[in-house]
Write a protein that binds this ligand. Structure first.
Ligand SMILES: CC(C)(COP(=O)(O)OP(=O)(O)OC[C@H]1O[C@@H](n2cnc3c(N)ncnc32)[C@H](O)[C@@H]1OP(=O)(O)O)[C@@H](O)C(=O)NCCC(=O)NCCS
Length: 182
C-alpha cells in the first residue's frame, strides 16, 4: 500500500492528508499556537511569523502532497486529535538516491495547547507504521541538545539517541535519533 494517501487512526489521534482545505486550518494553528522556529526554518528579515515563513509553510506542504515518491520525496500529514487540528508530522527519504528499504526521516510539531498529552507519541507510532509499510527498517529524526521534550518523546518511542555532547554550545548541537521498526 502506498503511504502517500492513507489516513491512519490510533486512539484519538489521526494522521490526515494535508489537503488544500486543511492547509489553512493547519497554518492557523501554527500562527496562533506555535513558535515559528518549531515549524519552519529561519527565514526573512523580521522576527516571528513573517511572510517568508508563511510562504514557505504553504509551499512545503503543497510540494509534499505528491508523497514519498514525488519530486520532494516527502509526505506530510495533519495530526488531528479528537477531530481538532493539532499539528503536523512528516516522512522524508534522506539524500538524493536513498537505497530501497533505507531509513526514512521524520519530524513533527504540535500546537502548545496539544503538548504533554501523549499526542506526539501516538503520532510517532502512526508514522512509524507508515514508514514500515513504505519498506523502511529505521525511522530517524534530528533535534537539538536543548530540545528536551523532543528527546523525551523520541526515547519513549524506543529511539537510540546519539550526539549533542558539545559543551558550551547553548544546546544547539545536533542529536540524532534512530528507531528500529523491525
Ligand atoms: C516535541 C513534541 C512534538 C512532543 O510532543 P508531546 O505530544 O508533547 O509529547 P508526549 O505528550 O507524547 O510525550 C512523550 C514523552 O515525552 C515526555 N515529554 C513530553 N514533553 C516533555 C517535556 N517538555 N519535558 C520532558 N519530557 C517531556 C513525556 O513525559 C512522554 O514521556 P513518557 O512516554 O516516558 O511518559 C512537542 O513538545 C512539540 O511540538 N514541540 C515543538 C516542536 C518540536 O520540538 N518538535 C520536535 C522535532 S523532532
Amino acid at each position: 500500500m502506498s503511504p502517500s494517501d492513507h489516513t491512519l487512526l490510533a486512539g484519538r489521534v489521526q494522521l490526515l492528508d494535508v489537503t488544500e482545505g486543511i492547509l489553512e486550518e493547519l497554518l492557523d494553528v501554527a500562527l496562533a499556537d506555535a513558535a515559528p522556529d518549531d515549524v519552519t526554518p529561519p527565514l526573512g528579515e523580521t522576527d516571528g511569523w513573517n511572510p517568508e515563513r508563511i510562504g514557505w509553510f504553504r509551499d512545503y506542504h503543497r510540494a509534499a502532497a505528491a508523497g514519498l515518491d514525488g519530486p520532494a520525496a516527502q509526505k506530510t500529514w495533519t495530526i488531528s486529535c479528537d477531530g481538532q487540528v493539532a499539528g503536523s508530522i512528516r516522512l522524508k527519504r534522506p539524500g538524493t538516491a536513498p537505497p530501497e528499504g533505507g531509513p526514512l526521516e521524520t519530524g513533527l510539531w504540535l500546537g502548545r495547547s496539544f503538548r504533554g498529552r501523549g499526542i506526539g507519541r501516538e503520532a510517532l507510532t502512526l508514522v512509524g507504521e507508515m514508514a514500515a509499510r513504505a519498506g523502511a527498517s529505521i525511522l530517524q529524526a534530528e533535534t537539538t541538545a536543548g530540545n528536551l521534550a523532543a528527546q523525551a518523546l523520541l526515547r519513549s518511542a524506543g529511539a537510540k539517541l546519539a550526539g549533542g555532547g558539545v559543551a558550551g554550545d547553548g544546546g544547539a548541537s545536533t542529536v540524532t535519533a534512530r528507531i528500529n521498526l523491525r
